[in-house]
Design a protein around this ligand. Sequence first.
Ligand SMILES: Cc1ncc(COP(=O)(O)O)c(C=O)c1O
Length: 433
Amino acid sequence: MPFTPNRKFKQSPRLIVGSEGVHYDMADGSRVLDGIAGLWCVNAGHRNPRISAALKAQIDVLDYASSFQIGHPAAFTLAQRLSEMAPAGMNHVFFTNSGSESVDTALKIALACHRARGNAGRYRLIGRERAYHGVGFGGISVGGIGRQRSTFGPLLNGVDHLPHTHDLARNAFSRGEPGHGIDKADALESLLALHDPSTVAAVIVEPVAGSTGVLPPPRGYLRRLREICDKHGILLIFDEVITGFGRLGTNFAADLFGVTPDLIATAKGLTNGAVPMGAVLMRDEVHDAFMHGSVSAVELSHGYTYSGHPLACAAALATLDAYTQDGLIAQSAALAPYFEECLHALRGLPGVIDIRNLGLLGGVELEAWASGPGMHAQAVAQHCLDNGLLVRPVGETIALSPPFTLERRHVDQIVDTLHAAIKQTVQPASAAA
Ligand SMILES: Cc1ncc(COP(=O)(O)O)c(C=O)c1O
């Protein structure tokens, strides 16, 4: 099983057998509130009727069609819909099947774009510490999680990393974007001075780092990155696999921050998790760089058997309808202030050293436990699950990313359950002393 202690799991398997709305049904008969939207993806709620109906209808019409030198209409309709949702000027889309594939595709497009423009000398990629960009070789190379990198050896050449932006000393218990840390973006200039900016192809960041603890960007940070990239002709990639499609109350994080990257990697919420799919959105200038030479030549040697799969397209089109026509992105935005208020009420509990939030993303960071890294968060998450709430332990942080269909009473339930779990499981160092 992925990212799982397999032997421990088999000793006491936790099996999900059904889902509806904001709940999971477990094999032992219990019902669990889904505080993480599956795995940051089921934004429109489980078994959303629109999406289920679209999938049932699609399977009886067209099961599969290749996207290699032939196509089917829904893929083009979906690409059109995505470009209408995307920030202005991002009118082109490449379909993948996952976040990892979207990240690797975005990195490859960035490299190929420079080459297509005659700049083959731009080969370096810059990621960031504490970044998660999936599990492809590109993604783990630009990713910033030591254990995920060191397991596999040297990875890609020509990669460097910005410092992460987490700063407990200056920013603990910030609501939304923390006030300190724009200087962390200036570190890009230092890296460029080190490597020669004319060798750098792209910078990739998650606008809000998710899997390493829900880290909203410091105020002004993304804009500063954009400015530095522009100054040096470097492409900026946002990995919006989590933040895309309404998680922050806007279509994309790019909209919330008012910063338009050159490429956006998406997946997860694109199909509400119902069928694997990802998409890379790109600016017209990036797309246009490939559109020269013989019209019979393949412009980009890249793609997947299941790029633009008909079932995935059907799920995505229905999901986008749920987000827009059913008002779920607006619902996400409307609930966010209550979510923030309730989450920050956990401040002051023993062992809680930080609370972070943006949109419907939340993180509660716990003091490290002497028994090992992440043990507090794991114990709290287990206590929550035993008491009807699914949350995600990531390092020392409990991550929250609930479906947008959540009601206030569910937010109350999340916070009450977390409150009890923290009180009963966390052993702060001060108490042990
Ligand atoms: C920001 C980000 N990028 C990429 C990925 C990888 O997505 P997938 O697991 O679909 O390959 C994830 C998954 O959590 C993610 O959070």
